[in-house]
Design a protein around this ligand. Sequence first.
Ligand code: M6R
Length: 444
Amino acid sequence: MFVSTIVVGCITFTGPCKVHPVEYSRTVVFYLLAILLLCICALRKELNMFISLPMILFYVLYVCLIVKGQLDCGAAELGETDYLRLNKDEEGDLVELRDASYRLIDVLGETVEREIATISSADEIADKGNYEHYMLKEIFEQPEALKATLQGRVSEKYVLPEAFGIKAPAIFSKTESVHIVACGTSYHAGLIAKYWLEEWAGVLCQVEVASEYRYRACVVPKNTLFVTISQSGETADTLAALQTAKKSGYLASLVICNVANSSLARASDLVLMTHAGPEIGVASTKAFTTQLAALQLLCISLGRGRGLDRKKEQQLVEALHQLPELCRKTLELSGAIEKIFQPFVDKKHALFLGRGVQFPVALEGALKLKEISYVHAEAYPAGELKHGPLALIDNKMPVIAVAPNNALLEKLKSNLQEVKARGGQLFVFADHDAGFENEPGVTV
Ligand code: M6R
């Protein structure tokens, strides 16, 4: 009896094991042991014990577990550092993830197999190195990521004609306006590009949140290029917006994206990869800055033969070449910034202000603060302050302003005076020559 109980116990516990490398070897050893014990039972004529009532219950349990185990065994293995990229987007497929395995299920609930690429080359495996978390690592990766975005797309002075692929020059030469659609941070990048496209390239541009665009009727001007921006290339609203756009008479579609072979990349006519490397942190950081670099390339490419002459292109490209180094120097300020923002720690609300291209930058700042610190934050174009939001400002309200020394500086300064007059705590990111000084209530 004793021996037969052990035998059934062994089979019961080992039979349904999932096929995982560690469990697999354990399973083999236990099965061998079980067979050995069965042989001993047979020799000792104990086999009749296997048909007693408790044993039958054991068998039922065993069969149930086997069935469940086979379901698990239908799942494929997934290594800790593997990434899965589904090459075919079968509408409605689900991926069931388990400890170390996955299973693909189609809309009918059937287990299916799809073409899958597993990326495991050392440079694509994300590792947070010595950084506390992925987001911090990704922030510090920006200089290298920016270099990668520019590499192979710009010469010393100009953007290469085929930076956006061989089909791009013909499409760009016909483009009369641009419609950018994206979500979240990628949408903010698009808002910034609108300023550049209209100012430098002289190309009309509208920018829209994908979740709005996809549910409204839209008038498409002739020869409009539809541009999506997405780190992942898989954002459902942006993808749906592209599907809608494809039926709406646009000239062509372009995606600026960080994941090769993503759904957006596969569905677009033109693709510009940002090559920022995997972004594991939920908050977009290097994805955002590389999207901006890519959008500058787009503005320059579209500006040729329109608002942008060769001299201006050269200035812009030279500035782009300096970007990684400027970014590296800015990151050196992180310790100082951490100290300056100590008084910020207990705050419950914050207001970000900017003018011109710095307004979408302010929007992005507010989004990052909400997302990372759970602090309520809003962003306004500084000129809008007097139309309502000024009422919120008192000595408990930190106001963060972005103040480059440009044509809008004096306007911005006068808005910031209004903040000071109401006792708001100003934190200003300013150019050295923008004329700001530290003083009570103002941290520069
Ligand atoms: O992958 P996508 O760029 O399409 O994602 C869109 C947004 O979900 C994303 O930008 C989000 O707003 C940021 N991760 C926030 O930091």
